[in-house]
Design a protein around this ligand. Sequence first.
Ligand code: ADP
Ligand code: MG
Length: 259
Amino acid sequence: MMMQTVQSPVVRILDVHKSFGSNEVLKGIDIEVTAGEVVTILGPSGSGKSTLLRCINMLEEIDSGAVFVDGEQMGFDLRDGRLHRLPDSVVRRQRRKIGMVFQHFALYPHMTALENVLEAPVGIHGRNRKEAREEALALLARIGLADKANFYPRQLSGGQQQRVAIARALAIRPRLILFDEPTSALDPELVGEVLETMRGLADEGLTMIVVTHEISFAREAADRVIFMDGGVVVEEGPPDRVLNDPRNPRTRQFLNRVI
Ligand SMILES: Nc1ncnc2c1ncn2[C@@H]1O[C@H](COP(=O)(O)OP(=O)(O)O)[C@@H](O)[C@H]1O
Ligand SMILES: [Mg+2]
């Protein structure tokens, strides 16, 4: 392998702990994700999956451990041998490296699809509106919604709204996109189009961490499956191995219930 092809990971999660009061929700999580990798996280409700994603983009503050994105420690810097909390302005800049797609699409109802996609690049990043507009239209075309640019969320189906939310996450040109059960709130007949869009992004080489109950997505689009339970990573590996031949009894039990 040539030296320049050796990639440092896009995300490094090191021994992350997180409690809410006396409830320890993350009990020492270690995960690395390399550029272009698609990692699916499976696990029962309450196992800490959403909390982990929220810790990666600093919507929650971790108690101990560290999260690095692109080699930069999120939220802290090391000076004089001690960790110092970074100022909010720096945290906001760090957060912009990460796109996030939630279960509930959370589009702005008073903005069209195009305006929703433009909001972050123009409103937050201060990018040139004309240039950003062209890029936003290209993003809407990429997710198959070029003809819906001027529609308001209420004029779109749930699946179309979630695809706009994906375009909005892409508009900040993130290094990484986190998906938290992006299809769980959708009517069953709308799940396919959203998974199809996500598969397209995976094929394009986007770095993605996807929390989902869609085993078919994990099987077909993921490079690696991580199974979480009780705040720890119980098992991880290639989808074929973990899904067809789970080694941990908890993984086996979970898969028996969902497949
Ligand atoms: N903001 C919060 N305050 C208190 N407890 C929380 C909070 N967020 C999550 N939890 C608790 O953390 C645990 C894990 O939740 P979560 O990360 O949402 O799990 P999952 O996404 O795997 O279903 C649950 O017991 C939940 O009640
Ligand atoms: Mg969750």
